[in-house]
Design a protein around this ligand. Structure first.
Ligand code: ATP
Ligand code: NCN
Length: 236
């Protein structure tokens, strides 16, 4: 574990340097003071590995998250899926449960060693996905990251900070969620990225595609949601 990382304040840790603008995409790769130090507290990843990043509040984690992670591994031929348990969604007014509690519960949900629940955003001091991705691209050069999201997230993706830069920086795998596939296809981001959409038959190549590239896959869907779980816990 990286203890000394917490001595840095987030702004000091993440410095987006123009000199680091090269790379696969348009997000400037983050220049961290000490990549080795930060990497020591993160999961291991080697150049060439295909890693899916599932960002979320996980408040709490549920079978729907596990279901799409398994599907993403299989359909996009990923080596790993990392859950990025968010310190707090920038678009959600209500703050989630403490991040340590959410991570502990998320880890209990995961039995597959190829999937890990991480506190990467807490370690990097990032909240905006664009900053998190810039950080990871800088720390893990050569790793083929894929951003994963449920189709409900694509519907409001155009409200995310620098969403076009995110789409230009890594491929995106969208997994069907009940009730939102059509809205996702017709969303602002879905229409803006229409020409970069891959046919389903190419989903297995997603991780090696130059961004922008995305695909929407169907799967046996799970109706689970954290909101419903919180409500049933509240009612209980
Ligand atoms: N049942 C599901 N099917 C498909 N995708 C899902 C499902 N549940 C969550 N996701 C996706 O997982 C990611 C993280 O979701 P999140 O942690 O917000 O869970 P949630 O159930 O959507 O929570 P909430 O109800 O609080 O909004 C998002 O990309 C979301 O679209
Ligand atoms: O960067 C942004 O502007 C942004 C806005 C909304 C959501 N996100 C990310 O989207 C992911 C899903 O969030 P959530 O709360 O719907 O689980 C999570 O990683 C958030 O940090 C990111």
């Amino acid at each position: 574990m990286v203890r000394s990382l917490h001595l840095f304040r987030p702004r000091q840790v993440l410095q987006l340097s123009p000199r680091h603008a090269r790379g696969r995409g348009r997000l400037r790769q983050a220049h961290f003071r000490d990549h080795a130090l930060i990497r020591a507290g993160l999961p291991c990843a080697l150049p060439g590995m295909r890693i899916g990043l599932l960002g979320g509040s996980f408040d709490p984690a549920h079978e729907g998250h596990v279901n799409i992670s398994r599907a993403a591994m299989r359909r996009f031929r990923l080596d790993r899926v990392w859950w990025l348990v968010s310190p707090g969604n920038p678009l959600k007014a209500r703050g989630p449960a403490p991040v340590a509690d959410r991570i502990a519960h998320a880890r209990q949900m995961l039995a597959d060693p190829h999937m890990v629940a991480t506190d990467i955003e807490t370690r990097l001091g990032t909240r905006m996905t664009a900053d998190t991705i810039a950080g990871l691209l800088g720390i893990f050069p050569g790793v083929r990251f894929v951003w994963l999201m449920g189709s409900d997230n694509l519907v409001q993706f155009h409200r995310w900070d620098r969403w076009r830069d995110i789409a230009a920086s890594l491929p995106i795998g969208v997994l069907a969620r009940p009730g939102s596939q059509t809205a996702a296809r017709h969303s602002v981001a879905g229409r803006a990225m229409a020409r970069a959409r891959l046919p389903l038959s190419r989903a297995g190549t997603l991780a090696t595609r130059e961004p922008p590239a995305w695909v929407l896959v169907n799967l046996p869907m799970s109706p689970q949601s954290s909101t419903a779980l919180r409500q049933s816990l509240g009612a209980g």
